[in-house]
Design a protein around this ligand. Structure first.
Ligand code: AMP
Ligand code: ZN
Length: 467
């Protein structure tokens, strides 16, 4: 299996440290707000990677962290803690904020068929490990104390900049990071910050009360859970120049050796061709998509259409096309499932190998999806169905539950005497009900009633009765 390593800027053969076992670390969400669909794309990527590795015979030992402290307003060391800002604004404790948004995040993961990794590590559960890590770096001469915290001296670490390939001397001091006059070098970053008395989250440390820097969290947690070396570290491309560069510096300084063999980064999702931002009102969440009657798996399907290293432009037209394609996929897969016919072994083997080759080529999921569609055009056969379900171990589109999805649609289609407008509203309402969006479901029921129809719920679907 080949994976594109950001460190070498090349596709490399994946050779794990232990045969048949892949160890992974993924930078998880900062739980101060609802995760938006761009964030969720990053975790769909993590999921596709994990499932592809498993498909290729590797056992998984994988960690995702939950950042519930230390991620400041800027990715370098400025501004307030994002969780603390949310806690103040919502008059909640940081723990309440973190627990609330963590819960919603995992609900969204479930809706998108993103499997929970073997270990979920909350930063606040590993403060002692972080302190020990910083003490070690100070003892080894890499960390130094100034008025507001303990900093990493990048001039002591020869390889600084190797991931993002920045040339430090060509960068204007302060162009990326604020120049703190006490820092030895502008790119030095905080390992530990000293807390002002009114800072909400603080812990005792050898340097008085304080809190960890964001970067040290990932180094300390991955070391604690996976050991001093791991196979694959993932994150978004935004992590390359600061967060992961700093993680490499800390970890390699501490261990005196390489600590991660493969660095994989997912490209960003844009919305309507631009950046997602609160001010533009385009930071959609999975719940926002459901409110608009899209199924969460249509969003997953949308993500599968682009290679993980390509930017993906989100539009509602694009999502509608994915919804239509997914519905068609369910119908087609169901026809194969209900077939009594068989397919020749050699034909099945051809599709299987094409699918595997696409996956092995740095997770070429769009190509793998293309193989699935071509295969489904074969005469209907239960063998094709079975192979499609095995492909779905990676794609994660719930193809083994296809009856459930297709039945909902058939119910709608059988109501032929009912006008299309009512059928559309009823379909939207069913999607709202399935995602437990009761307010939207009630609103649509009222709208249908206003137009002269009554909707009666059945176990898996509904009936429409004209008044
Ligand atoms: P955060 O919660 O801000 O730490 O981000 C969580 C994850 O989402 C990180 O892996 C980011 O790289 C990723 N991310 C943030 N914005 C986007 C976006 N627009 N598209 C794709 N991934 C994103
Ligand atoms: Zn991280």
């Amino acid at each position: 299996m080949k994976l594109y390593n950001t460190l070498s800027r090349k596709k490399e053969q994946f050779v794990p440290l232990s045969p048949n076992l892949a160890t992974l670390y993924t930078c998880g969400p900062t739980v101060y707000n609802y995760a938006h669909i761009g964030n969720m794309r990053a975790y769909v990527f993590m999921d596709l990677l994990r499932k592809s590795l498993r498909f290729n015979g590797f056992k998984l030992n994988s960690v995702m962290n939950i950042t519930d402290v230390g991620h400041l307003l800027s990715d370098s060391d400025d501004g307030e803690d994002k969780i603390a800002i949310a806690a103040k604004a919502q008059k909640k404790t940081p723990l309440e904020i973190a627990n609330y948004y963590t819960g919603i995040f995992f609900d969204d993961c479930k809706r998108l068929n993103i499997e929970t990794p073997e270990h979920i590590a909350k930063a606040t559960d590993y403060i002692q490990e972080m302190i020990d890590y910083v003490v070690d770096l100070v003892n080894k001469g890499y960390g130094y104390e100034i008025d507001d915290g303990i900093y990493f001296d990048i001039s002591k670490f020869e390889g600084y900049g190797k991931l993002s390939r920045i040339k430090l001397d060509e960068q204007q001091a302060g162009s990326r990071v604020d120049v703190n006059s006490q820092k030895r070098n502008p790119y030095d970053f905080a390992l530990w910050k000293k807390a002002e008395p009114n800072h909400i989250m603080q812990w005792d440390s050898p340097w008085g009360k304080g809190y960890p820097g964001w970067h040290i969290e990932c180094s300390a947690m991955s070391r604690k859970i996976l050991g001093s070396m791991l196979d694959i570290h993932t994150g978004g491309v935004d992590h390359i120049p600061i967060h992961h560069e700093n993680e490499i510096a800390q970890s390699e300084a501490k261990e005196g050796k390489k600590t991660v063999n493969y660095w994989l980064h997912g490209a960003f999702m844009l919305v309507d061709g631009g950046k997602m931002s609160k001010s533009l009102g385009n930071t959609y969440t999975v719940s926002n998509l459901i409110e608009r009657s899209y199924s969460p798996l249509a969003f997953r399907y949308f993500c599968l259409n682009a290679h993980y290293r390509k930017e993906l432009n989100f539009t509602f037209e694009g999502l509608s096309a994915s919804q239509t394609a997914l519905d068609r996929l369910y119908d087609t897969v169901l026809k194969h499932k209900e077939s009594k016919m068989k397919t020749e072994k050699s034909v099945l083997a051809k599709y299987k190998s094409e699918f595997e080759n696409a996956i092995k080529d740095d997770l070429n999921i769009p190509m793998a999806l293309g193989v699935l569609w071509t295969m489904l055009k074969e005469p209907t056969s239960v063998d094709i169905y079975k192979l499609a379900v095995s492909f779905d171990n990676i794609l994660g589109l719930s193809l083994s539950e296809v009856e459930k999805f297709a039945k909902e649609k058939m119910q709608i289609a059988s109501n032929t005497e009912i006008p299309q407008e009512i059928l559309n509203l009823a379909n939207e309402r069913l999607l709202a009900r399935n995602s437990k969006n009761w307010a939207e479901s009630d609103r649509l029921r009222d709208k249908i009633a206003e137009l002269g129809y009554t909707i009666k719920d059945t176990k898996d679907s509904y009936e429409i009765i004209s008044k």
